[in-house]
Design a protein around this ligand. Structure first.
Ligand SMILES: Cc1ncc(COP(=O)(O)O)c(C=O)c1O
Length: 467
């Protein structure tokens, strides 16, 4: 009975509301009780239902009102076109390598190693200790925790030949990952409309950071052996550039490691032109057949600005890297960091330092080397067996990727889409070129999840390539 009365009240008031102006006041509860001859409980129930339907709103102490309806009109952002003007940097989308995909897919596109390759036990206990330490509450210095600065400096000092002055802890600035270090370097040492040399192909994140800083990117061809020193010299001389971003060890994507001779020559070219070499040692912990040998260790006069990241080898969630620069360049970079983010979370710095100073870290890196070798070799042999049109340009001696040349004429976009339809995610090589690619390539990462599926991956790729 009570239910029927409240439904009747709801229906009647809905008609009233539909003919009232938004914001109009409804009769008081007492008036509604009298009007419908119902109990206050029944009237309240009807009002609750109308509120639920979004038709009325009650304002405590004032009364109940017909709701002001806000019609959902599409927003007009047209004014932003005039306010923003033309972008300084060409728009570069977030890389396809950053896509997260479901476990049903075989994922060879991403850049970060699978969890089974991370030092999980060390990371968990380091985070627990860091959370209990004073670092959880203190503000660390702009340049980083002194102990972590000292660790980055001593790692590079260990590789420095006697007779050269090793870097000091004070030369290190701790970063929230090396990506933001790249942005700082291009802003602080290059600047808008100034030329900067980049290997081609090279890491897509460096291309977009340089573009975002407004720098003019000058590609220098680079292959399995790294760049030809004569091309580097020519590019410096033709453009007047004062900086060269490069990855002398296990380059992403080519896997190239510069020979000792080429490295020496390029360092000399840089010195002779009073320029900087921005050395990205992203794969320092991913040596397989050999170790990474930082070029920065050969430099005592501040020509090499050295980036060393821990995010890929410790944990993507412990986003910590270091940049080592000497002289005024160090101050320029540090000032840029202070303007950008002021300091890096002390908890993350403490945890990163904890992981890399545990005895278990060395053991972990030895296991990692074996795992990477097994994965790399499995992917190479799977491609040879099932995808003979996918040509691996030499086996990388470290790093996480195979750089694969495809036959001329392959439509990369279509191949990537077709492989995805078959459950395989691959990265189109085009993203790694600052200018036009010299041919169709893909990058295959062998450090992702489920290496047992590499043979299936190669079968899918091979089948699609032979279509
Ligand atoms: C060559 C290279 N440099 C830098 C980075 C960025 O690393 P981080 O995670 O330290 O920002 C990456 C990540 O893929 C990379 O491949």
């Amino acid at each position: 009975m009570e239910h029927d009365s409240s439904t009747r009240i709801v229906q009647d008031l809905t008609v009233l509301i539909s003919t009232s102006d938004p914001g109009a006041r409804l009769p008081s509860t007492r008036a509604l009780v009298a009007r419908y001859g119902a109990s206050p409980v029944t009237v309240q129930k009807a009002l609750r239902e109308l509120t639920r339907r979004g038709l009325i709103e009650s304002r405590p102490g004032t009364g109940t009102f017909v709701r002001i309806t806000r019609t959902a009109r599409p927003a007009d952002y047209g004014w932003q076109t005039a306010a923003l003007r033309t972008p300084m940097a060409a728009a570069i989308d977030v890389s396809a390598t950053m896509r997260t995909v479901s476990n049903d897919h075989i994922a060879l596109h991403a850049g970060y190693p699978d969890r089974e390759l991370l030092p999980e036990r060390l990371v968990r206990s380091a985070l627990t200790r860091a959370a209990r330490s004073d670092a959880a509450f203190a503000r660390p210095p702009v340049s980083g925790l002194p102990e972590l600065q000292a660790w980055f400096a001593s790692e590079l000092a260990d590789a420095t030949p006697s007779g050269l002055t090793p870097p000091a802890a004070s030369d290190v600035t701790v970063l929230p990952g090396s990506q933001s270090g790249l942005s700082s370097v291009f802003r602080a040492l290059v600047g808008p409309r100034q030329p900067v040399l980049l290997e081609s192909p090279t890491y897509w994140g460096a291309i977009s950071a340089a573009a975002q800083a407004g720098a003019d990117v000058v590609p220098v061809p680079s292959g399995r052996q790294g760049p030809d020193p004569r091309d580097v010299a020519r590019a410096f001389d033709e453009t007047g550039a004062r900086a060269f971003y490069a990855q002398p060890n296990f380059a992403n994507p080519t896997g190239a490691q510069w020979s000792r001779e080429a490295a020496g020559e390029i360092l000399e070219i840089v010195r002779a032109r009073s320029a900087f070499l921005i050395e990205d040692d992203w794969a320092h912990d991913f040596g397989i057949d050999t170790d990474a040998t930082p070029l920065a260790a050969q430099d005592a006069h501040g020509h090499v600005v050295y980036l060393r990241s821990l995010t890929k080898s410790v944990s993507p969630s412990i986003r910590v890297a270091g940049i080592i620069a000497r002289g005024p360049a160090r101050e320029r970079i540090r000032n840029d960091r202070a303007a950008e983010s002021m300091y890096v979370s002390g908890v993350l710095q403490r945890a990163a330092l904890d992981v890399v100073t545990q005895p278990g870290w060395g053991t972990h890196l030895r296991h990692l080397r074996h795992s990477l070798r097994a994965r790399r070799d499995l992917l190479v042999s799977s491609l040879r067996e099932h995808a003979s049109d996918a040509h691996v340009d030499g086996i990388p001696r470290g790093g996480l990727n195979l750089w694969v040349r495809l036959p001329d004429g392959v439509d990369l976009r279509r191949l990537v889409r077709d492989c995805e339809a078959d459950g395989l995610i691959i990265a189109s090589g085009d993203e790694w070129y600052p200018a036009e690619p010299e041919g169709p390539r893909i990058r295959l990462n062998y450090s992702g999840p489920n290496p047992a599926a590499f043979a299936d991956a190669a079968r899918i790729l091979g089948a699609r390539l032979s279509e």
